[in-house]
Every structure is written in structure tokens, then in C-alpha cells.
Design a protein around this ligand. Structure first.
Ligand code: GAP
Length: 514
């Protein structure tokens, strides 16, 4: 496979296709734009990420329970949640290239470019001044940097006020005034900005029966809100408590792009935490810290994460931030943490006519709880893991290897069992070992090709351990265990194998570190 160092995302796309992680959807019909299928190893990795999230939320927290709500919901749900009226993105077309964009994204990209200019300037100065360099002072006094910083602040504040007021013409004026060009054609010939609702709709029932319009859910959260009372009562939960859910969500994104980063069908892992009004900021900080710890526990590189506070708060939020990850395209949103106030429950009360309140026995009062939500895209998490995992290494002998250094607890195949040769009783010995291990690990058996080639194939898949059975194994009941990351090999007895591999690959160990 040809690798291009300058385009890591392209490398990930090519590698994941070649090694059975992700295929373009309906590829035999030339595929469907921005739709993907998770393959032989991708489906396993996805399940392991879900397990890590679900267990950390639901099993490790006495006061969090899970549900699995349906994708179709009563259409009034989406009126109450605000999605029918306000789940819009501002859309703009370039008249020359005929390409369509999100107007706010064009402005954000413009800001990112200026930030990059500033950082370049700072890096240059750092090199010039060496140890004597005072970055803070440089940023606040260098005329080019301060002028660019001013441009960023102006653009951000005009973007925020246009988004808050819904004045779409202000977005167009801003795009024109700062001279944003179509990234494809360079043309500045723009249409007006229009609103575009992101919900997919379909009909429930046949037309003859009088079909009604329903939506594919654009977030899993509403399935949690409408079940608030059911869960609180049947789960016998006292506030504060949380409801967690993993499931598909659908958004008719104006442009779906960057592989599995932005798709029209994707999966969310969301948790709504119901708290006493007035205590939401405490829990907002609590969940920010906990979610960041969950991420960093995977060792994908602490410097790859940062918080980003929202400038434009959604209509339901009184505080919100993203956990951003340093994807191959730069820092982008991986997870959102939102303090949603009592907006959703109150609105469902109004639209349904049902009380969605909690009786607090300690305070002897009823109230509509406030909500702090954590919402992570499973596909984005998958991309974050791949972005850090895929590496091209040059070895001591000058040869190269492609290796996926996926955290062992998340790796699709935990152990490859490899008889050195496919004869002399080695396959039978390997099979006996497999029979013993298969209840604890996802295994792979391979006897074809040289052992070196088989190691390379397992490296490319991301298998953390290879167990090799050779002629000595028949006499002394020992095997060689090869570590994917260090390539070190050690001899251990078959009796110790299960416990060693378990210690090195189990999700439980990750969970205990939290
Ligand atoms: N319930 C809140 C909510 O849905 P959001 O910020 O719109 O908030 C939460 O979405 C997460 O879902 C995002 O942080 C992102 O990881 C993921 N996500 C959103 N849109 C997506 C898309 N089109 N493709 C893939 N993931 C997406």
C-alpha cells in the first residue's frame, strides 16, 4: 500500500479499508457519499469502545442506569425539543463552483487559518530568541500577532451575534468583508445564507392508512428525557442520578466530510445526569473532569486533548464545552458536555401535559430537575483511536512496518495463535491452546506464510500479542509471546498464558485505573 506522510487521514482511510476496519457503504454500486460500514475488525473495535464507555458509566456508577430507546419517537417530541424550529444550519452556495457550505464553518475555518498564522509567528520567534523567549509578552505586544488576534475576536463576536439573532444576512456580510473564498475554486461569488433543517423525515404507515410524518432521531438524548419518570420510578433512583444510552442518530448534514468524522448516520453515547436546580455547575465541572480522565486513561497522548468552551450556547444550555481531540485534520470536537438546565423536561411537560417532576423527600418539595449531559460520538472516538494508533515504523534492519498501536483493551483481536510450521503436531498443539483461550479472548489462528510475514499482518491489524508454538512447545509446554509495540519476545509456560494475557488486555484493568 502506498503511504503518503503528508496526508495521515488518507493513510487511515486506505489502511482501514485494506485491513477490514471500514468499507465504503454499498461499494459495489460506487458507494454512498459519507456512509460507511464497519468491517471484520472495525465492528469489534466499535464494540470494545462501547463496552469501555458503558461499563465506566453504568456499571461503575451506582447512580447511573442504562436504557435503549427506539429511534422513532412521537413527532411532538421534536417540536418540544426545539429541533423542528431550531435545528438548522446556515447554508451558503458558491455560484461558480456550485459547492455548498455551512456559513459558520467557513468563518470558523477562516479563524483557524489566522490562529495558524499566529502560531507560526510565535514558533519563529521562539527559535530566534531561544531560552530568553517570553511567549506571553510576545503574544501581547507583537503588532502582527495582536492585529491577527483582533481579527479573530471580531470574527468570533460577529459570528456569535449573527447566530444568536438568526440574522443570516450578517453572516454573508462577514464572509464578504473578510474576503472568504470558496476553498475549492477560490471564487468569492456567494449566494445568500439560508437555514437548512438537519432532521431526516419519513412516513409512518402506508399512505392509505393516513400516514404521518415522523423523524429519525437527530440525538439519542430525547429518548432519555421522555423516559425520565419511567426510569426514576422503576430504577428507584434518587437525584442526582443519570441515564445512559448508546444508539444511532441521524442528521442531514449539509456537507458530511472527513471520513467518519461527520456522517449523516452515526452513533452517540450519551448520558443525562439529573440534578437539583442550582447544583448544575458543580456537576458540570465534575463531568468535565471525569470525561477527560476517561479519555486520557487510554493513553492516546495527553497533549492531544483540550477543552473548548462554546461561544454560541445552544437554546437550551447555560454552559457548554467540547472535549477536542487532535485529529489528523487538527483539533476538533470529540465530545460535548452541556448544562441543559430544565429546558427539555419543562418543554416536554408543556407539550405532553404530563408532570415530569421529582419529589425531593429531603427538601419536601417537587421540582423539574436540571440536566448535565455528556455526549460523545462513537465514530469520532473510533477515529481518535485510529489516528493515534496507526504508525509507520522504520526498524533497526532498515525495513518498515505498519503497526496499529491500539490500546490492547480495545484491540479487535487480542491474541494471534501461530504454529511455527503447519506440521509435526504444532497445529494440533496450537488448536488445544485456542480451545482453552477462546472463551476469554477474541483470537485469530494463522498457519500460512513465514512467521515474520504473519507478525507483520497482525501488527497491521493491531493484535497486541502473538503466541507462537514451536517444536520445544511440544516437550516443555512453553510458548513464545511477542509484544506488538516493543516486538520483544518472551518464553512463558502455557499454564501462565491466560492470566498474563488477561492482565495485559482486559477492559477491567482500564476501568480500575479510572
Ligand atoms: N445531545 C447533544 C448532542 O447531540 P452534539 O454536540 O450535537 O450534542 C454530540 O453531538 C456528539 O455527537 C458530538 O460531540 C460528536 O462526537 C457526535 N456527532 C455529532 N454530529 C455528528 C456527525 N454528523 N457525525 C459523527 N458524529 C457526530
Amino acid at each position: 500500500m502506498a503511504k503518503t506522510d503528508d496526508n495521515p487521514l488518507k493513510n487511515i482511510i486506505a489502511h482501514t479499508k485494506e485491513y477490514g476496519y471500514i468499507y465504503p457503504s454499498s461499494e459495489i454500486y460506487e458507494g454512498l457519499s459519507a456512509a460507511y460500514d464497519y468491517g471484520v475488525y472495525g465492528s469489534e473495535l466499535k464494540n470494545n469502545i462501547k463496552e469501555y464507555w458503558w461499563k465506566s458509566m453504568v456499571h461503575l456508577n451506582e447512580n447511573i442506569v442504562g436504557i435503549d430507546a427506539s429511534i422513532f419517537m412521537h413527532p411532538t417530541t421534536w417540536k418540544a425539543s426545539g429541533h423542528v424550529d431550531a435545528f438548522n444550519d446556515p447554508m451558503i452556495d458558491n455560484k461558480d463552483s456550485k459547492k455548498r457550505y455551512r456559513a459558520d464553518n467557513l468563518i470558523e475555518d477562516y479563524v483557524t487559518k489566522i490562529e495558524a498564522k499566529i502560531n507560526k509567528e510565535v514558533d519563529k520567534a521562539k527559535k530566534r530568541f531561544g531560552d530568553a523567549f517570553d511567549e506571553e509578552q510576545f503574544r501581547s505586544t507583537n503588532p502582527r500577532v495582536t492585529a491577527n488576534q483582533q481579527k479573530i475576536e471580531d470574527a468570533n463576536s460577529r459570528l456569535k451575534s449573527a447566530m444568536d439573532s438568526g440574522e443570516l444576512s450578517d453572516l454573508k456580510t462577514l464572509i464578504e468583508e473578510v474576503g472568504i473564498a470558496d476553498p475549492v475554486s477560490g471564487s468569492k461569488n456567494w449566494t445568500d445564507v439560508r437555514q437548512f433543517n438537519l432532521m431526516f423525515s419519513t412516513e409512518l404507515g402506508s399512505l392509505a392508512e393516513g400516514a404521518s410524518k415522523i423523524y429519525l432521531r437527530p440525538e439519542t438524548a430525547q429518548g432519555i428525557f421522555v423516559n425520565f419518570l419511567n426510569v426514576q420510578k422503576t430504577g428507584r433512583k434518587k437525584i442526582p442520578f443519570g441515564i445512559a444510552q448508546i444508539g444511532k442518530a441521524f442528521r442531514n448534514e449539509i456537507i458530511a466530510r472527513q471520513f467518519i468524522f461527520r456522517m449523516r448516520e452515526f452513533e452517540q453515547m450519551e448520558m443525562q445526569f439529573f440534578v437539583k436546580p442550582g447544583e448544575e455547575m458543580h456537576w458540570y465541572e465534575y463531568w468535565k473532569e471525569h470525561r477527560m480522565r476517561w479519555h486520557k486513561n487510554l493513553n492516546l497522548g495527553d497533549a492531544n486533548y483540550r477543552f473548548h468552551d462554546h461561544l454560541n450556547l445552544a437554546h437550551y444550555a447555560n454552559a457548554a464545552c467540547d472535549i477536542e481531540y487532535n485529529f489528523p485534520m487538527g483539533f476538533k470536537e470529540l465530545e460535548g458536555i452541556h448544562s441543559r438546565t430544565d429546558f427539555d423536561l419543562k418543554s416536554h411537560e408543556q407539550y405532553s401535559g404530563k408532570k415530569l417532576q421529582y419529589f425531593d423527600t429531603q427538601a419536601n418539595e417537587s421540582y423539574v430537575p436540571y440536566v448535565v449531559e455528556t455526549s460523545i460520538g462513537l465514530d469520532r472516538m473510533f477515529l481518535a483511536v485510529l489516528s493515534s494508533a496507526l504508525q509507520e515504523e522504520t526498524l533497526a534492519d532498515g525495513s518498515t512496518r505498519s503497526v496499529m498501536k491500539i490500546p490492547p483493551a480495545l484491540a479487535p483481536v487480542k491474541v494471534a495463535v501461530l504454529p511455527l510450521v503447519a506440521k509435526d503436531g504444532l497445529p494440533e498443539k496450537a488448536t488445544a491452546i485456542m480451545e482453552d483461550l477462546k472463551f476469554d479472548f477474541n483470537l485469530q489462528y494463522e498457519e500460512k506464510d513465514s512467521i515474520g510475514k504473519r507478525y507483520r499482518r497482525q501488527d497491521a491489524i493491531g493484535t497486541p500479542y502473538c503466541v507462537t508454538i514451536d517444536h520445544d512447545s511440544l516437550n516443555d509446554d512453553t510458548v513464545t509471546v511477542r509484544n506488538r509495540d516493543t516486538m520483544e519476545q518472551k518464553r512463558i509456560s502455557v499454564a501462565e498464558l491466560k492470566a498474563e494475557l488477561h492482565e495485559a488486555t482486559s477492559i477491567n484493568r482500564l476501568l480500575k485505573q479510572l
